[in-house]
Write a protein that binds this ligand. Sequence first.
Ligand SMILES: [Zn+2]
Length: 111
Amino acid sequence: MKPVSITADKKRAHIAIRWDDGATVHYPFTFLSAACPCATCNEERNDTNPLKILKPKSDILAAITPVGSYAVNLAWQGGCRNGIYTWEMFEDLRKKHPEWTTWASIAPPKT
Ligand SMILES: [Zn+2]
């Protein structure tokens, strides 16, 4: 599947992706920021040291930048700026969180 459109809605704090099957999925900023897929954040999440200090996660999106035709880079204000979020990752999240999906009553235009 491929996104037809990606909209960052700062007011409602989510990213809305419309997929080519007509579904629109709303991905909450807080969730995406906590799930940052970059190496540093991955390491941080896997760190089992009980004395580690958890950095607060930012849920304010600073910038969204396309990366090729397969991903977007999401930069979080006061948080991580390195995460490359692939369509695959968004698709995976969509499957895990069916409650984020809404279906348009009007069929999307064919591309
Ligand atoms: Zn990160």
